[in-house]
Design a protein around this ligand. Sequence first.
Ligand code: ADP
Ligand code: MG
Length: 415
Amino acid sequence: VQEAISENAATCSSLLEKYKREIAKRKALHDALVELKGNIRVYVRPKPLLESEGVPSVFSHDPDDDTVISVPLKGRNFQLEKVFTSEATQSEVFNQVSALIQSVLDGRNVCIFAYGQTGSGKTYTMEGSFEDAGVNQRALKLLYDETQRATNMTYDIKASMMEIYNETIRDLLGSDPSEKLEVKMKPEGGLHVPGLVAVPVKSLDEINRISKVAQENRVTASTMMNEHSSRSHCILCVSVEETNLITGSKTRGRLNLVDLAGSERVSKSQVEGTRLKEAQSINRSLSCLGDVINALKNHHTHVPYRNSRLTYLLQESLGGDSKTVMILQVSSHPDNLNETLSTLAFGQRVFSVELNTKNTPSSARRPQSETPSSARKLYLPSDNAAGDNTASRTPTNSLVKASSVPCRLNIKRDA
Ligand code: ADP
Ligand code: MG
């Protein structure tokens, strides 16, 4: 009997070793696959025109090449990782980013941004509608489903939602959404936001509840501040801790889903007061996001993360082996052409960036693309009139229900 037990123990130990090697191999293969696509990807999603708008789209697409989007009126072509057509469904868009969700389970940090002028579909892509959910809900659901399928693993998934308005962080799941929060360094290292509520994601109902509470609080807070949600960045931050029950090892990953503030330029001469302050702070933080990516690209010893709340908050999820996806939302309407070109130029610029170029020269991965001299500047000046958020002919977030009292979740706060 003793001999049989020892034999079994030896077999178990050898199987455990093999299992650990297999897990490491699977993670490495998945990493290699994701790595092949680069650490920064830029996708374009044009918003469809309504028939009632009665104008042709400013875009043309090459049916054989989904990496190019052309603006014939201006004779400009932009090459990016992936160009969706305006008919692309929510599920097609999500399929492009779903592999990164696996990376989060493997302990990677991922940021997905929606960038573009107000009314171009950022919130539609990230939040979607109740009938047709966007990236946020689909990502949470996929994470949840993956954790249900996994054997010999336990997962601790928590979600937080924040808004950055005029360089102030507010907790959209907290009991007082008007309270100002700060990014702080933990004594043991690493950044955190003291007081930020993190809700355990334990069921699909929980996911829906989080989204609803955050949407209601976003509106409540903005009513109190008399501003519109398009003037703030909205961040859904999901942290995942995986524990392997066999080896006892833990991995931690983080997924940041960011609906950025409208990128439209606002003419200084036409706005003042609150509106000017908002415009300046959005301008600064979007510029800073571009600066941070540039500094990473050029391997600067100093990366100016601290120049904006957004980049400081996301510091640990940008750079290194983190993955970043920028979904450029563009209007197909001729009236919005300047902003559309400005957004595409921003994306073109970001696309030429590689966060991790240690082993592969970035030129080897970068496709040959038009980089017009005007696009070399991150932000093209465009003098849209104040309040002329030209893409917003359609009502902005039709999903959001206004509420006069903050929504509450009774959840423990991060001390
Ligand atoms: P943003 O967040 O960039 O200001 P929204 O996401 O609020 O813009 O979109 C503006 C309007 O256009 C909304 O009514 C939204 O439902 C609609 N919309 C945006 N993108 C699409 C799309 N791909 N298909 C259908 N409707 C869309
Ligand atoms: Mg929006």
